[in-house]
Design a protein around this ligand. Structure first.
Ligand code: FMN
Length: 143
């Protein structure tokens, strides 16, 4: 059974709902889920998973600070040990969504492997967005 880590940061609940949809999709596809707020996650979680989903809200066209903090804390302790690990990215935003670039770039710095197209959602995910997010989770579960 694949172990899928879903790490996210959320201020007002939109990205939390998105993360829960990603986790639900991975679980439906048979994976074990570790769903963590970024402040509660650490390098051991990234090392222990088979695939990872990174989620954030857009904060001034960059990822939210707590996801960045998680990634900063993980970089040296996981360097060279997560190369090629499948990664999926999701974002909620208020109409801009340019933070996606920062997330894709940082995943590349970790040498994670892009397992699916990033999912970008305006505001609270509706049923159509939730379906895309569940599909992202399912793709990670299948890696
Ligand atoms: C400090 C701050 C900065 C933001 N900057 C942007 C931005 O640059 N572009 C954008 O599209 N949305 C921006 N937003 C809106 C949020 O990304 C959007 O409402 C998001 O869905 C919130 O997710 P959350 O409910 O998980 O916190 C910003 C919100 C906050 C709180």
């Amino acid at each position: 059974m694949a172990r899928v880590l879903v790490v996210y940061c959320s201020m007002t609940g939109n990205t939390k709902a998105a993360a829960e949809a990603v986790a639900a999709g991975a679980k439906e596809a048979g994976a074990e889920i570790i769903l963590r707020e970024a402040s509660q996650a650490g390098p051991e979680d990234l090392l222990a998973c088979d695939a990872v989903a990174l989620g954030s809200y857009d904060a001034f066209s960059y990822m939210g600070g707590l996801l960045k903090d998680f990634l900063d804390r993980c970089f040296y302790p996981t360097q060279g040990q997560v190369t090629g690990k499948p990664c999926g990215i999701f974002l909620t935003h208020g109409g801009g969504g340019r933070a996606l670039d920062s997330m894709v770039q940082i995943a590349e710095s970790f040498k994670l492997s892009s397992a699916a197209e990033p999912v970008s959602v305006k505001g609270m995910p509706d049923e159509s967005a939730r379906s895309q997010l569940r599909a992202l989770g399912a793709q990670l579960a299948g890696q």
